[in-house]
Design a protein around this ligand. Sequence first.
Ligand code: NAD
Ligand code: UGA
Length: 432
Amino acid sequence: MKIAIIGTGYVGLVTGACLASKGHDVCCLDVDAEKMEQLKQGKMPFYEPGLEELVAQEMRSGRLTFGIDKSMATDAQIVFLCVGTPPKDDGSADLMYIFEATEQLAPHLSDGTILVSKSTVPVGTGIEIRERLNAAGKQDVFVASNPEFLREGKAIDDFMNPDRIVIGVESDRAAQLLRELYESFNCPMVQTTIESSEMIKYAANAFLATKISYINEIANVCEFVGADVRDVALGVGLDPRIGTAFLNAGIGYGGSCFPKDVRALDQIAGARGYDFKLIKAAIGVNQEQRWRFYERVIKVMKGDKGDERLEGKKVAILGLAFKAGTDDIRESIGVDFARKFVEDGAQVSVYDPRAMENARRILTGAEFCASIEQAVIGVDAIIIATEWPEFRDFDYMDVVDQVRQKLIFDGRNLLDGEKLKEQGFLYHGIGF
Ligand code: NAD
Ligand code: UGA
């Protein structure tokens, strides 16, 4: 099939490369000319395991091309919208890029083409896209919704082996073409209306975010009563109705999706006069969780004495990516911590295996270090903010003589706390 992708970011580039690898003829488009030039040279705009190799392979096969000219979408049978839907100040999704792209595309779309939103969009957006196409004189272009569920860091595997594929359609033609496109994917397909499909995406992300906030509240109670949230999560999660996934307690969720999508869902409900109490609570818990942990670090590090400021104290923050496996620092809790420590007068060193370059652009006042060893020199506390395996596998005994205080705060319950305690460290995790 001939496919065009509009918006060559995380979702667009992964979708394009994966569909090309399935034998389709894919053209990825973007407004960012420099990004597209770099891609033509094989340079990735972000880090995603396996993507560089896959893109190179598919470019060599001739099935994957890049460009900026929307007329390149003219002969595509399916056009995917994969542009960003960032939050506005009130939390609602900004659809500016969706509608701009639709209007830019409209003159170039052929009759019978399916314009599919893979971007996460509020309920009603697909219908509005159709209305805008009609107003632009395109009565015979069909619209559909096909939300994407991939995770950063595991994007290729998630795309190629999804748990399910959701298609929201209002025409037989869209249903038939999308079914044909996904024929070789071995998973259930949920076919529904465009509205339900759009809602499925928000409901899924909000559920997962709520699950994280739930286990984080359980963790907080565990600390009061002397239980261990890691055992509790296992004991609870082995009930298949609950499941063990997404029950890792910690400093909360970050990233470009959960924080934005849960707020957007709250707005979608609120705009219709419905007060979505549970989602508001999940958001509130997530915001508080990191600062609860921050307060604890300060309290332990300084003892009962001392003023509010942290002058003379030094902390190392390990982890600036919002999670492991990515260089994405959008809504990163590690970055939030670094900023707050700097603001509170501490000396701050930071290290991340992948996200240093991105963090340098937005974080000032911290010392960027080339390794864990360098970051921990002379510190009063080591703080783990991202679940990178490299932090788990590191032997902290190798730096025991370098630190000022042997204090480790593990915001992701990543390390072997018992071993560290035996080695003389004061180890603090979350929920035990
Ligand atoms: P992104 O910011 O990485 O990429 C968006 C791209 O769209 C950018 O390269 C931008 O230049 C381009 N763009 C903007 N306007 C354009 C236009 N008029 N024409 C062509 N290109 C244009 O965004 P992303 O992370 O890939 O997210 C895209 C959507 O997918 C969002 O709605 C997001 O919620 C959703 N989503 C993201 C993920 C993820 O893991 N990142 C997963 C599932 C769903
Ligand atoms: C998430 C969803 O998992 C994807 O299905 C979805 O497609 C995507 O959002 C999206 O809509 O963009 P992603 O943001 O890449 O994917 O990352 P996750 O692996 O879901 O992690 C999100 C955050 O939750 C991270 O900060 C992670 O550290 C945190 N987390 C995750 C926990 O605190 N505990 C857990 O048990 C799991």
